[in-house]
Design a binder for this molecule. Structure first.
Ligand SMILES: Cc1nn(C)c(C)c1/N=N/c1ccc(/C=C/C(=O)NO)cc1
Ligand SMILES: [Zn+2]
Length: 369
């Protein structure tokens, strides 16, 4: 198995200010946070664990590249792309579009490198340079809509990769699986009426965007039935995630038979994440990865690309990321050193209310062809 890997140091330079969500404001009691929740160090630490553990020696390095404006505007409006480019030239940068997603000067170059890297990894997988791949990009993208960024996201990397695969690589049917703990609202909206792209989001129920990602949001027009939301109850651990993977994600992809599987790979379901309340450990991410690998093997000649999204625990994201990429590559180099703690804190049995939600969603697979 050859697994591609992509990282560029400049992803660690993406500046989200003194504190994404809680920018320093003495009048409100917000003290400056050197390492606030969205600080890029968490992704840098994941890259460094991949290197120090030796996993990097089992991976094939894929070079990043910058997305062109034409590649960005397959998904985004020219106005959005233009505004980001302009505001990135300002001394203090700007905001992705929702007022709580600040970026620093030069952010356009970093975000366009992330989107272009999603394309580069997809090209490497589709042309057979590697069997599957992981692009550790920053900033995340899965909340971004055609006309605006949001939730720390500027450009929708996974949607841009999907549209590129269709427009330039001869791929027609694509499945996007989003296991970031926050709803994959971007891909849901972008492909809402498009039955050629199956979008599946596994997330904490109504966590973010507020009240988004309900089971009833199933796509529109010809795309009806080709968006599947799995809003897991708060506090779901490995048992619930594994059940969702084997009961919904696997069967939905089997029914859809994609030619390419893209994953919006957020590690914020992890049991130590500050921006959600799930209890997932590296075991849950291994389960999810095995599920999408099996699906890709069944119908896509194994073609599978994972793109980094959220994940805010500098302690645990590196180990969850390592376990995920080990699984992609079929190797094991280092045990999850945090698992004895988070694995022993309960919450990992499948609970009846979690099973009921997943079983309810599983009934929707009947409409996927
Ligand atoms: C609601 C609300 N209202 N207000 C005032 C604020 C500041 C609100 N939350 N913002 C959030 C909450 C969570 C995220 C996570 C992003 C991610 O990791 N996606 O994958 C982003 C922004
Ligand atoms: Zn997230």
């Amino acid at each position: 198995m050859t697994t591609g890997y992509l990282w560029d140091e400049i992803f660690g330079w993406h500046d989200t200010g003194s504190g994404a969500l809680f920018p320093a404001d003495p009048t409100a009691g917000h003290q400056p946070l050197g390492h606030h929740v969205a600080h890029p160090d968490t992704k840098r630490r994941m890259h460094e664990l991949i290197c120090v553990s030796g996993l990097i020696d089992h991976l094939t390095r894929i070079q990043p590249r910058t997305a062109t404006e034409a590649e960005l505007t397959r998904v985004h409006t020219a106005e959005h792309v233009g505004r980001i480019r302009r505001d990135s030239e300002l001394p203090k940068g700007g905001d992705a579009g929702d007022g709580i997603s600040p970026f620093g000067k030069g952010a356009y170059r970093i975000a366009a490198l992330g989107a272009g890297s999603a394309i580069a990894m997809t090209e490497a997988v589709v042309d057979g340079t590697v069997d599957n791949g992981y692009a550790l990009v920053n900033p995340a993208g899965h909340h971004a809509l055609p006309e605006t960024g949001m939730g720390f996201c500027i450009f929708n990397n996974v949607a841009i990769a999907a549209r590129h695969a269709q427009a330039a690589l001869g791929i027609e049917r694509i499945a996007i699986v989003d296991w970031d703990v926050h709803h994959g609202n971007g891909a849901q909206a972008i492909f809402a009426d498009d039955p050629s792209v199956l979008t599946v989001s596994l997330h904490q129920d109504r966590c973010f965007p507020p009240n988004s990602g309900l089971v009833t949001e199933r796509g529109t027009g010809a795309g009806h039935g080709y968006n599947i939301n799995i809003p897991m109850p708060v506090g779901t651990g490995d048992g619930g995630y594994q059940y969702a993977a084997e009961t919904v994600i696997g069967p939905a992809l089997e029914a859809f038979a994609p030619e390419l599987v893209l994953v919006a790979s957020g590690f914020d379901p992890n049991a130590m994440d500050p921006l959600a309340r799930q209890l997932v450990t590296s075991r849950g991410f291994i389960s999810l990865t095995e599920t999408v690998m099996a699906a890709a093997d069944r119908s896509a000649h194994g073609r599978l690309v994972l793109l980094q999204e959220g994940g805010y625990s500098p302690v645990y994201v590196p180990f969850c990321g390592l376990a995920t990429i080990e699984t992609l590559a079929g190797v094991h180099v280092l045990d999850d050193a945090i698992l004895p703690v988070v694995g022993g804190m309960g919450g990992h049995d499948l609970e009846p209310h979690q099973k009921a939600l997943v079983d309810q969603v599983a009934e929707l697979i009947a409409d996927v062809h």
